[in-house]
Design a protein around this ligand. Structure first.
Ligand code: B3K
Ligand code: ZN
Length: 887
């Protein structure tokens, strides 16, 4: 496999103006007639036309109606001696029923779906399958009417009718030009929830959510989220819906979450279907985010798209930022917004920071790839969103909205670059720090790795000054041994000895400013001196996590406790508790021996947690976040050398301590929060359920240690009586994760109740495969689960629910001294690779951080990766991941 490099970008030699597709759908053999108008790109030296194709059978090639000579070069169809403008007609067939890769045209539960991003369109017809080639599409779909009553594609339905032999057709015209990756087709037995809305600007739209017949009662929340999305984009950014009809369709076989095809978004059922009996609060909140995300792509992605795939974060980073802001703006209370921010940062730090420190590290705008599907990463998405967020911090919320307006004015209808985006935001704010620092700021796009920011504060009681110094550095990443300093916006506050916020006045300020202030760091080292500071302050640095960096500050425990108790910034309050827990964990991990009876947490920490739990002024959702320990993955990231079993034991010991030490407080928290009234997924009631759920899991854990049967019994009762999936699942989880004997009974009952609800059965599998390991019991269980009649390797959701829950989300169970976890992993990667390379390559990344492992894990993990790498005929996807891991 060859690497594609960003610096090799060249404009296409031909443009495609119109595409007229006719599909004769048949699961075994679908016929595709493709009539296109092409013309030579006058800005490029003449060359043959090279069209991409993949697993197609080519039957006919006509140029201007005449048979033309062509040749095949690898997967490309090459035609020489073409006129400057011409019509090209191609006739191909493909086999959707055999398409287990789920890229291109495939069949899921007797319904046809497409997935074209990034390079799936070439599996439907030969094409210039690159995002800078934008064309107008007309699509005619023909199929058997009884089996495929609903026929959908992008844009507007202009004609439909009957055909001989029980077949029918529908013709769709997309009024917008688009790249091929946004093409979509759906055909099958589906029903729709419909809603008509009138936008702020007066235009009427039809919104539709298509699902299988039995699922209509689970579409209310997705529809509400879509209605909210349309209103929000118009209100916040002045971006209206540009189509008469906007459709969402759900499928249960999908490689990822959802896809923003113009006017016809295709979703994994996981991000559409919800009712209170089957979906948890987390599901509701994910649906809101993903529906928003795909809808927001209608502008940031579809109206303005990427010039090439290296610019992927242009649309993904921006759209994640937009969906994060959307969810925050939907929160009625400021505290709920803060909770959302903490959750987003937690994802960034547990998933993106390790990526940035591992073999797959790449810049937000990568320089090369072998398989682009491997670069739909947390770096492109979540770190990309942080880069956009920093721009907003540097130009202000109003200024950012102006920048967005300018961006769409300038680039509407075009395929552009990350540079174009940053330039528009800066140009709309010529006096901003962003405009002043733009070239340096753009290092965030080009340099990989998570910067470290070491801060140090010195108080001078005589001068009444407080000096904060910062030193930034960024570790080497593959291909990038040295880094230049980044522009780092640091939101800062200072707390006085009484915990009150101090006014902030730098030496050359005329008057003190209040509250938070943004310091903009640009050099490897710099200092800020605050004047008129009456007593030694506690610095609250990086409020709201204003930059994606690792902040190092040598806080004393007392200072962290002060921040936890008093900071006005909820993010840093939470962060203080995380730091305290992390510190305790690391100390215990470094102790000479680690045992189950360890007590890593000190009394001060437990007391502080008790105060948080009992504080009537704090939200339940926030308490739940504070009382949740850093994950094993996050703890491991802080260590040079990782013994995963030690990390697991220490964290389990900490959990046991929190359970026993705060027993009475958990009882009280549970009683106080267990009733949330009629089910509503709003943040406040979801927060109450989350805290009650956490309390229950600690109560069951404590019971396990003491042999008490009361709380497990109550938990089982709760499980049986629960009026919604969140409470039910939390109770089940409490029993399973405490390893209580009642868990088996509850699991069996859960399966019986929900045996016909695929998404709930996914939860059932995932909970078991992800449960805390006790003496190596999880791997045998996982193998057993794979033999369950409900298990299937071909369905990505199901494969993920068992295999990924074990390999990617259960480090204590995967990293076994006998290496059996790694052997299992390598076998599954190889097995999945033959079915679905994209899913396999995601799984392949589970051992990314192998080189940090202590022996014997390190060598055993490496050997497992080598076994995968040695397999002949590996997909490009998996090949790239394992080769990078071993490099
Ligand atoms: N743009 C799609 C992701 C496509 C992934 C292709 N392997 C979903 C999204 O980010 O909205
Ligand atoms: Zn996206």
């Amino acid at each position: 496999p060859v690497a594609i490099r960003r610096e090799d970008y060249r404009a296409p030699a031909y443009w495609i103006d119109t595409v007229d597709l006719t599909f004769d759908l048949d699961p075994a053999k679908t016929r595709v007639l493709n009539r296109m108008r092409l013309r030579r790109n006058p800005d490029v030296a003449p060359e043959p036309l090279r069209l991409d194709g993949d697993e197609l059978n080519l039957a006919r090639v006509l140029v201007d109606g005449q048979g033309a000579s062509f040749r095949m070069e690898a997967d490309q169809l090459v035609i020489d001696n073409l006129p400057d403008a011409f019509e090209l007609e191609l006739f191909t067939t493909c086999a959707p029923a055999k398409n287990t890769k789920l890229m291109g045209l495939f069949v899921s539960e007797d319904t046809f779906f497409t997935q074209c991003e990034a390079e799936g369109f070439r599996r439907i017809t030969y094409f210039l399958d690159r995002p800078d080639v934008m064309a107008s599409y007309t699509v005619t779909i023909r199929a058997a009417k009884a089996a495929y009553p609903v026929l959908l594609s992008n844009g507007n339905l202009v004609e439909q009718g009957e055909l001989p032999e029980g077949r029918h057709f529908a013709k769709w015209v997309d009024p917008f030009r688009k790249p091929s990756y946004l093409f979509a087709l759906v055909a099958g037995k589906l029903v729709a929830r419909e809603q008509r809305i009138r936008a702020r600007n007066g235009r009427e739209h039809l919104l539709q959510v298509y699902v299988r017949a039995g699922d209509l009662d689970k579409t209310e929340h997705a529809m509400a989220s879509l209605v909210n999305s349309v209103a929000w984009d118009e209100a916040r950014f002045g971006l209206p819906l540009d189509l008469d009809r906007f459709m969402i369709v759900a499928t249960s076989d999908f490689n990822m979450g959802a896809m923003e095809n113009k006017g016809l978004n295709i979703f994994n059922t996981k991000y559409v279907l919800a009712n209170q009996a089957t979906a948890t609060d987390a599901d509701y909140s994910n649906i809101e985010s993903v529906v928003g995300h795909e809808y927001f792509h209608n502008w940031s992605g579809d109206r303005v798209t990427c010039r090439d795939w290296f610019q992927l974060s242009l649309k993904e980073g921006l759209t994640v930022f937009r969906d994060q802001e959307f969810s925050q703006d939907l929160c009625a209370e400021a505290s709920a917004r803060a909770v959302k921010r903490i959750e987003d940062v937690r994802v960034l730090r547990t998933a993106q920071f390790p990526e940035d420190a591992g073999p797959m590290a790449h810049p937000v705008r990568p320089d090369s790839y072998i398989e682009i599907s491997n670069f739909y990463t947390v770096t492109i998405y979540e770190k990309g969103a942080e880069v956009v967020r920093m721009m907003q911090t540097l130009v202000g919320r109003e200024g950012f909205a102006r920048g967005i307006t300018l961006y769409f004015e300038r680039h509407d209808g075009h395929a552009v670059t990350c540079d174009d985006f940053a330039q528009a935001i800066a140009d709309a704010n010529p006096d901003s720090e962003l405009a002043r620092l733009l070239p340096q700021f753009k290092r965030w796009y080009g340099q990989a790795g998570t910067p470290r920011l070491a801060a140090h504060g010195v108080y001078d009681a005589v001068q009444r000054t407080y000096t904060l110094s910062f030193v930034q550095s960024c570790p080497p990443t593959p291909g990038q041994p040295f880094k230049e300093p980044f522009v780092i916006p640091v939101n800062l506050g200072l707390l006085g000895p009484d915990g009150r916020e101090l006014p902030l006045q730098l030496a050359d300020d005329e008057a003190p400013g209040a509250g938070t202030r943004t310091l903009v760091l640009t050099r490897a080292g710099e200092q800020f001196t605050f004047v008129n500071v009456d007593a030694e302050p506690v610095p609250s640095i990086l409020r709201g996590f204003s930059a994606p960096v690792i902040l190092e500050y040598d806080y004393s425990d007392a200072q962290l406790l002060a921040l936890l108790a008093h900071d006005t910034d909820p993010f840093n309050r939470w962060e203080a508790a995380q730091r305290l827990a992390l510190r305790a964990a690391i100390q215990a991990i470094h102790a000479p021996v680690v045992g189950t009876s360890d007590q890593p947490l000190d009394q001060a920490y437990l007391d502080a947690m008790r105060r948080v739990l009992r504080d009537p002024g704090l939200d339940a959702a926030f308490k739940e976040l504070v009382l949740t320990l850093p994950s094993e993955t996050y703890i491991a990231e802080q260590l040079e050398v990782v013994d995963p079993q030690r990390v697991h034991l220490v964290r389990e010991a900490m959990r046991a301590q929190l359970a026993a030490g705060l027993f009475a407080d958990w009882e009280q928290a549970y009683e106080q929060h267990r009733e949330t009234g009629a089910y509503s997924p709003d943040p406040r009631s979801a927060g109450r359920r989350a805290l009650a759920g956490l309390a229950l899991s600690y109560l069951c854990l404590a019971a396990r240690a003491t042999g008490d049967a009361v709380w497990p019994g109550k938990t089982l009762q709760r499980f049986k009586d629960a009026g919604n999936m969140t409470d039910r699942f939390n109770a089940l989880q409490a029993l399973v994760s405490s390893g209580h004997a009642l868990a088996a009974q509850a699991l069996a009952r859960f399966h019986a109740i929900f045996k016909n609800e695929a998404l709930v059965i996914d939860k059932w599998f995932s909970l078991q495969a992800g449960a805390p390991d006790r003496g190596g019991d999880i791997l045998p269980l996982v193998k057993q689960l794979m033999k369950h009649p409900d298990f299937s390797l071909k369905n990505p959701n199901r494969a993920r629910s068992v295999i990924f829950s074990y390999c990617n989300a259960n480090p204590g169970a995967l990293h076994r001294p006998d290496a059996a976890g790694y052997v299992f992993w390598s076998e599954r990667v190889i097995e999945l690779d033959a079915i679905n390379p994209q899913v396999a390559a995601r799984l392949a990344r589970a051992l990314d951080r192998w080189s940090k492992l202590a022996e014997p894990y390190r060598s055993a993990a490496r050997e497992a990766i080598m076994r995968v790498a040695a397999k002949p005929e590996l997909s490009k996807d998996t090949h790239e991941v394992v080769t990078r891991a071993l490099a």
